[in-house]
Design a protein around this ligand. Structure first.
Ligand SMILES: [Zn+2]
Length: 107
């Protein structure tokens, strides 16, 4: 499976919060796929690429449908949104978020 890398700095600058950024990227549901989905839940295409976000995480966060671009979460939406706090100075209230050390990564 190919891995695609995207930068979302402009998106995160333009939008108000991580949830909105995820929606703009193409995350349409909260279902977590720890393994690649058999088919896209949106268009039923069976081909996917993984998608990594520069500055957010050093590993792929989504399975992206090559046909329609819908993103399928590899991790919970909450966890992914918390990774956005790694972008310095972006969010006004970083203290609202849990400490990353408390998180258990799904493997
Ligand atoms: Zn699709």
């Amino acid at each position: 499976m190919d891995n695609r890398v995207a930068t979302i700095f402009e998106l995160t600058q333009a939008l108000g919060n991580p949830g909105q950024v995820l929606e703009a990227l193409g995350v349409v549901e909260d279902t977590v796929f720890r393994k690649c989905p058999k088919k896209c839940t949106h268009c039923e295409c069976k081909k996917f690429e993984t998608l990594e976000l520069v500055g957010i995480s050093s590993k792929p966060l989504f399975y992206e449908c090559v046909a329609c671009g819908t993103l399928h979460l590899k991790y919970t939406r909450d966890w992914v949104e918390k990774q956005f706090t790694k972008i310095d100075g972006l969010w006004t209230n970083p203290n609202d978020w849990e400490e990353p050390e408390d998180l258990e990564l799904p493997s």
